[in-house]
Design a protein around this ligand. Structure first.
Ligand SMILES: *Cc1c(COP(=O)(O)O)cnc(C)c1O
Length: 224
């Protein structure tokens, strides 16, 4: 693999202020170490068990991001060390993250995952559901979580117009939330959007965090 080279190419293509999450799901410890030794420190995983196992085997200065669907009963396993959870899709999950953060005597940074694609399989909150959470009294009592922004995934398609309109709608929704609920917050600043196939479009549409897997590590092999 040309992991170090791939990283360099991508980093040269993105503005310095855009964060790159190297999505290492299904890839080996050796592959992650190759990226680590090239200076990369932010990695993303979508399964709790894999995230925990890898974090135990790898250097402690890695920033681990949880990017996949998260079940409430598994929050406790990642609460001690996770840097950012991109995939909050319910108030119940937010409450559980808060509870486990408190137990670990820390604050956990999260993003609300917003449904933008027209594919039905994608997880996430509708805009109304996100607003409902942020206006609720329950949300206001959560002191050990910090909502840092929103995350979304565009429809998997070659149609640029569809992708652009979905990313733009996520950016518009970010602005609305910022104005209505986070006007005084310096923490609410992230829009996590863009993957291997669409990160350049996402950055044009205002992305601050891109999540790139196959372009760095190669194709994933799910048969192993
Ligand atoms: C796998 C995954 C990615 C990265 O996908 P690539 O196409 O390999 O870049 C990004 N975001 C999420 C939520 C993922 O599950």
């Amino acid at each position: 693999m040309r992991i170090a080279e791939n990283l360099k190419i991508i980093k040269n293509e993105i503005p310095e202020k855009v964060k790159l999450v190297a999505v290492s799901k299904t890839h080996s410890i050796e592959s992650i170490l190759e990226a680590y030794n090239a200076g990369h420190r932010i990695f993303g995983e979508n399964k709790v068990q894999e995230l925990v196992q890898k974090s135990e085997q790898l250097p402690k200065d890695i920033e681990w991001h949880m990017i996949g669907h998260l079940q409430t009963n598994k929050v406790k396993y990642i609460a001690p060390f996770v840097s950012l959870i991109h995939s909050v899709d319910s108030l119940k999950l937010l409450q559980e993250i808060n509870k486990e953060a408190l137990k670990n005597n820390r604050t956990i940074n999260v993003l609300l995952e917003i449904f933008i694609a027209n594919e039905e399989t994608k997880f996430g909150l509708s805009q109304d559901e996100a607003i409902e959470i942020l206006s609720s009294n329950e949300y206001k009592t959560l002191k050990n979580i910090k909502v840092c922004g929103i995350m979304g995934m565009a429809t998997y398609t070659d149609n640029m117009k569809t992708i652009i309109s979905e990313f733009e709608s996520l950016n518009n929704f970010f602005t609305l939330l910022k104005t209505k609920y986070f006007a005084d917050s310096v923490d609410f600043k992230e829009i996590s959007m863009g993957m291997s196939s669409d990160f350049k479009i996402a950055i044009k549409c205002g992305s601050t965090i891109i999540r790139v897997g196959s372009l760095i590590f190669g194709e994933r092999d799910y048969s192993k």
